[in-house]
Design a protein around this ligand. Structure first.
Ligand code: NAD
Ligand code: MG
Length: 386
């Protein structure tokens, strides 16, 4: 019998969070929800709390605290507010695993707090590893914590590695759909509006990752994420465009053999696998039909036009706080683009400036990451002028 897992979902009101709750809903005998958290969407958090009856909820936007508190007054649910509460609730004795589904740098502190308490991590919040991969993975090792990837590409690699732990990885191929602007020219991209960038061909995700997918920055962040999850060198990681998003990624071993994991694009599958590893639970997800996909195709990424991808490789090669700089600048430019403050093609230019101007630190401490993040946000906001 598989023991019931007690889980905390940080960012339960987002795209990953709500899909994780669908998994829980489909398998009530396997999960007990201890904590749910949301930032701004109080109504959804309240609704989720009433359905899943967690021990505690956190609404990080403190203005919404009273609304949540009042709505849950008849329930036996503790209600907390603010960023610091995230790091406190993950310490609860009863939690086995924390699903980190917050978007961006905001997820770092609570992930570290969970690791320090020895909680297993199902990691969706890739920015945590981009910002401070060395610190997060070394702390996980120190506290005997496993980090189970939720990102579909990394879940694919992880699934391909089952039973292969003593066999060296020669290289991995991360697949990328190419996003909505695959094959487009720089001239086309100059005029792109956020509404176009927000339409992803294969995945329905939060706004930030959708924009990152359209610039290929998402793949860049995933390259850095893969380095830390699987202990790889930059030249062991390659990216291949695969517009159908059926092959989720590939591992190549030293004998030349390649293993790929495939299936229809549905985040519930990698979420469920991370929550239940090493078990596979039955699911009702639609099945792949070869006849509907007579050809799976592959292309080289266009790194001249989509410069965020090579910038991420550059940050990875430099190491230190460089990918923290890249991430902070990227969070600012994505927000600016979503508010119509900058052109789509300005995104890599601004990232490059931030990478050149912020002081490089070879061996950053936690406080160096915090400072680098803040300095980079200030600089980038200044460059944009908003
Ligand atoms: P989303 O925007 O849909 O949801 C984000 C969640 O985080 C929400 O619950 C929101 O309330 C919360 N949040 C936002 N800002 C916060 C803050 N400052 N403090 C505390 N909580 C905050 O995002 P998403 O698409 O679900 O992505 C979540 C993470 O998972 C991201 O790191 C993303 O890269 C990763 N991811 C997502 C997908 C996907 O299909 N959506 C796939 C792979 C990886
Ligand atoms: Mg992914």
């Amino acid at each position: 019998m598989i023991p019931k897992k007690h889980i905390a979902i940080l960012g339960s009101t987002g795209s990953i969070g709500t899909q994780a709750l669908e998994v829980v809903r489909a398998h009530p005998e396997h999960f007990l929800v201890e904590v749910l958290t949301g930032n701004g969407n109080a109504d959804l958090l309240i609704q989720q709390a009433k359905e899943f009856k967690p021990n505690a909820v956190v609404i990080t936007d403190e203005k919404k605290y009273q609304q949540v508190k009042d709505a849950l007054s008849g329930e036996d649910i503790k209600v907390y507010a603010g960023q610091d509460a995230l790091s406190q609730v993950v310490e609860m004795e009863s939690i086995d695993m924390v699903l980190t589904a917050i978007v961006g740098y905001a997820g770092l502190a609570s992930t570290l707090a969970a690791i320090k308490k020895g909680k297993q991590i199902a990691l969706a919040n890739k920015e945590t590893l981009v910002v401070a991969g060395e610190l997060v993975t070394s702390m996980a090792k120190e506290h005997g914590v496993n980090i189970y990837p939720v990102d579909s590409e990394h879940s694919a690699i992880f699934q391909c590695l089952a039973g292969e732990f003593h066999n060296r990885i020669e290289k991995i191929y991360l697949t990328a759909s190419g996003g909505p602007f695959r094959g487009k020219s720089l001239d086309f991209l100059k005029k792109v509006k956020k509404e176009q960038a927000l339409k992803h061909p294969n995945w329905d995700m939060g706004a930030k990752i959708t924009i990152d997918s359209s610039t290929l920055m998402n793949k860049g962040l995933e390259v850095i994420e893969a380095k830390w999850l699987f202990h790889l060198q930059p030249d062991q990681i390659d990216v291949v465009i695969h517009p159908q998003s059926i092959i989720h990624s590939i591992v190549q071993f030293e004998d030349g053999s390649m293993k790929a994991q495939m299936g229809l694009p549905d985040m519930k599958l990698p979420i469920q696998y991370a929550l239940t590893y090493p078990h596979r639970l039955p699911s009702q997800f639609p099945r792949f039909d070869f006849m509907k996909y007579p050809s799976l195709t592959f292309e080289k990424p266009d790194i001249e036009t989509f410069r965020c991808l090579p910038l991420a490789f550059e940050a990875l090669r430099q190491g230190g706080n460089m990918s923290c700089i890249l991430n902070a600048a990227n969070e600012v430019v994505v927000r600016a683009f979503l508010h119509d403050k900058i052109a789509f093609t300005a995104i890599p230019d601004i990232l490059e400036k931030a990478m050149q101007r912020i002081t490089f630190i070879g061996k950053p401490s936690y406080s160096d990451y915090v400072e680098t993040d803040q300095e980079t946000r200030n600089l980038t906001t200044g460059i944009i002028g908003y």
